[in-house]
Ligand binder design. Structure first.
Ligand SMILES: Nc1nc2c(ncn2[C@@H]2O[C@H](COP(=O)(O)OP(=O)(O)O)[C@@H](O)[C@H]2O)c(=O)[nH]1
Ligand SMILES: [Mg+2]
Length: 437
């Protein structure tokens, strides 16, 4: 593989910037420009050397470290130069190396090489990307779980078992007489066990989704229940217009907050009531559909008016997490057994938020969860093919058909970690990385 080079730190003025190279001969290339008194012959891997980098018309005092293949990020020879963090000097060093024969790396090319050299699985590479891009602690824990290979460790044994099953069926196709007993005995129990493993993995997807995207929380209730006031209290700002005129909020407002590392995406909605106002009634329809799509519905009730929940409305949300919450407890007491708060004084607001955030299980680093859409899709498809292999086998279909489903399942499941991923899939993933990663 040719030597690739790139700036690995964000371009701008900082304390340090790093230029990184990977490929056979990376050190030879660097040593044409870099020298250190402490290096005699070849450098000791993983040692940081202070030295000088001589460009055509500049000299830079910097540090260099050499990682020998295969013990490096990419699995190839890697050199990293730690330079003074200035744009001009960093560019000049990179340019010198490119003129010396290195090629500018494409986005994610270092990580792509790491994947090809077996240093990381595809899901681990996505974990690296996720850690870099994480915008909340919960996203970080989902990505960290990928990065340390927790999903990989769950998927790999399933793939191995699936491969065994495929061999068993293929052997039975080739040697029907010898294999008949073995197939009858072993096939279905093994297949069921495998399906069970996939189902257990699929069951983690709900939590994975919440980790990744946060919890969407729709605040609904009748006009003047205090929905907009609650949103403002949560955000500590006057985001939504609050008045005592019923029907003030007509559109849906979305804002995010982070609670205990979990992102809550809050939707303030129009108050739900019968109305002749055209704009307001569109708002009511939007409120209902937002609530139907949300992960959690906070149904706010006005304690001061002694409101009770509308059963017909509640029915729309059966099977959903609905929290009945009484507001305005600064004016009057709320009925027992419900969440109670005052959007005006802020009392009880934190408790509600923490309760919602606790829906998300964040300690997933060692467990492995399905948090990426791509993984969920692959495992879902694999699981469907296993089901259909199962019914085909039990219906006494020819083994050829069973084998087709098993292979399709293998191909889907193998995409998660890249064993069967196409170039298109790989391009899609690695192009999302920065240059230099
Ligand atoms: N005393 C009191 N008044 C509140 C509270 N929450 C909201 N209000 C008042 O109730 C009215 C309607 O509030 P608003 O947030 O616009 O309700 P929405 O229609 O549900 O969005 C306003 O006059 C608010 O000041 C509360 O906790 N205590
Ligand atoms: Mg409102």
């Amino acid at each position: 593989m040719d030597v690739i080079a790139a700036i690995a730190t964000p371009l701008g003025v900082g304390a340090i910037s790093i230029v990184r190279l990977s490929g056979e001969g990376a050190w030879d290339l660097v040593s044409r420009f870099f020298s250190s008194k402490r290096i005699e012959g070849s450098p000791t891997p993983n040692m940081m050397y202070l030295g000088r980098f001589h460009g055509k018309d500049f000299v830079e005092q910097c540090m260099a470290v050499y990682f020998a293949a295969p013990r490096s990020y990419t699995g190839e020879d890697v050199v990293e130069l730690q330079l003074h963090g200035g744009v001009t000097v960093t560019d000049a060093v990179l340019k010198t190396l490119l003129e010396g024969g290195a090629r500018l790396a494409a986005p994610g090319e270092f990580s792509r090489r790491a994947f090809f050299n077996g240093k990381v699985s595809l899901s681990q590479a996505e974990g690296i990307l996720g850690v870099i891009n994480a915008q909340s602690k919960s996203q970080l824990s989902a990505a960290g779980s990928l990065l340390v290979g927790s999903l990989h460790r769950r998927i790999q044994p399933l793939l191995d078992e699936l491969q065994q099953l495929i061999w068993l069926v293929e052997a039975s196709l080739d040697y029907p007489d010898e294999m008949e007993g073995e197939l009858d005995e072993g096939f279905l129990p093994k297949l069921n066990q495998l399906s069970e493993g996939l189902r257990a993995l699929l069951a983690t997807a709900d939590n994975g989704k919440l980790l990744r995207y946060g919890v969407s929380v729709a605040i609904i209730g009748s006009p003047n229940a205090g929905k907009s006031s609650l949103l403002n209290a949560i955000l500590h700002e006057d985001r939504a217009i609050v008045t005592d005129v019923a029907g003030t909020t007509r559109d849906t407002i979305v804002e995010s907050v982070s609670v205990e590392g979990v992102r809550l995406n809050l939707l303030d909605t129009a108050g739900i009531r019968e109305t002749d106002d055209r704009v307001e009634s569109i708002g009511v329809v939007r409120a209902l559909s937002a609530a139907e799509r949300a992960d959690v519905v906070v149904y706010l009730l006005d304690a001061d008016r002694g409101e009770t929940p509308d059963e017909e409305l509640l029915q729309r949300f059966t099977g959903k997490r609905v929290k009945l919450v009484y507001n305005k407890i600064d004016l009057t007491e709320a009925p027992q057994g419900y969440f109670a708060l005052s959007a005006k004084t802020g009392e009880g607001v934190d408790r509600l938020l923490k309760d919602i955030a606790s829906l998300v299980k964040t300690d997933v680093v060692s467990e492995g969860v399905l948090s990426e859409e791509r993984h969920l899709e692959a495992v879902t498809i694999a699981s469907k093919h296993l089901d259909s292999a199962n019914s085909a086998y039990r219906a006494g279909e020819t083994l050829d058909l069973v084998a087709i489903d098993l292979r399709a399942a293998y191909s889907a499941l193998g995409e998660v970690d890249g064993a069967t991923a196409t170039d298109r899939v790989l391009d899609g993933i690695f192009s999302r990385f920065c240059i230099g990663k």
